[in-house]
Ligand binder design. Sequence first.
Ligand SMILES: Cc1cc2nc3c(=O)[nH]c(=O)nc-3n(C[C@H](O)[C@H](O)[C@H](O)COP(=O)(O)OP(=O)(O)OC[C@H]3O[C@@H](n4cnc5c(N)ncnc54)[C@H](O)[C@@H]3O)c2cc1C
Length: 400
Amino acid sequence: MPIYVVAEECKGCELCLKACPYGAIEMVDEKAVFTDACTQCGACVTSCKFDAIKMDRVEVCDIDISEYKGVWVVAEVDEGELADVALELLGEGRKLADELGVELGLVLIGHEVADLAEVVVAYGADKVYLAEAPELQRYRTGPYTDVITGIINKYKPEIVLIGATGLGRDLASRIAARISAGLTADCTGLAIQEEDGIGLLYQTRPAFGGNIMATIVCRHARPQMATVRPRVFEKPEPDESKVGEVIKVPVSINEDSVLTKIIEVIRESGEEGPNLQDADIIVSGGRGLRTPENFALIRELADAIGGAVGASRATVDAGWIPAYHQVGQTGKTVHPKLYIACGISGAVQHLAGMSSSDCIVAINNDPSAAIFEVAHFGIVGDLFEVVPALAKAIREEFGS
Ligand SMILES: Cc1cc2nc3c(=O)[nH]c(=O)nc-3n(C[C@H](O)[C@H](O)[C@H](O)COP(=O)(O)OP(=O)(O)OC[C@H]3O[C@@H](n4cnc5c(N)ncnc54)[C@H](O)[C@@H]3O)c2cc1C
């Protein structure tokens, strides 16, 4: 979307300087000139009374949407392991594809990942678009974006779903920008609705800090792209007898042209212990713990019961525990069998990440705390007494 000044029309009034939120315009010989700080936000275009600033907008509405068919999932593979969210999306994608009467595809990208094709077919994929190359062994935004946009442009799916993990969020936004598709991030619900004979993807996600649910529709651009957090949808049962087609996509990457080189992979600290999103039991601590050291109480209860440690954002922001443990709207969405919230008030943003847990136990000394509204069992009491007592009782009962 190039933005430029028509020098003959510019009167040097400097209105655009005031309108620019990035300070990215300067006057040279009484004419407006963009600096490198310009983000092409377009604020200056409307501010110019003389129509001297132009922006070439990409028209996305003139594509023939009938050329786009099929529902796709882009799989995330880390060190040969397929992320569960891809399987969850296959389950949901299967329903959408069946409703539209189209095929369900999956993009499998990486190095020596072909063995996973069988797995994703069992989980519902009709077609696997396999892109393999040594340069794709580890995720890098540039090459992954190049390869996947190439496949999308060639095969033209109408819907593309990607897990809202760190990798997925990075990748999905790049792909969407590259193909001018638009993207709905962090969806919690997907459905097909027919409008004028066209099956559209209705994408529902929390908005305004989780206070309302917004349903977003992309009528004119294709594909319709959405990211979905892990554990929002159920993983389907695999069908080992299912047969699918593997389409090998030729990949050619010039390593010299890739800007990012991976020197070493350092796992985020705090990733020890059971993975939060896969855990059946989570014990979470909030600001009621008062100090970072008191997270030892949460770890002790989690150890006793065989669970993972979660946290509210207040404790993460305070530096008491790494962000990896954060549950909620801007943290992880979890769906354990048991979620024990200790000293957590139950702000709507926290609930957005855990309220679908099968059983919620809340420990809080304030009987009016919002967390009790979603809790199946509530203990009104001092966590410094209740949590150690619970851990002790569990260890005694189960010898854990
Ligand atoms: C855009 C946005 C995104 C956000 N995303 C997230 C998110 O992803 N996750 C998240 O958690 N928050 C998120 N927040 C922050 C959220 O609004 C709350 O501020 C936060 O969840 C509060 O954390 P808390 O419950 O630990 O702390 P508090 O709200 O301070 O609650 C502490 C609780 O501990 C109880 N307590 C105190 N002492 C004891 C004791 N001795 N025994 C028992 N109970 C005790 C108190 O009664 C209180 O209920 C977000 C906010 C915004 C604006």
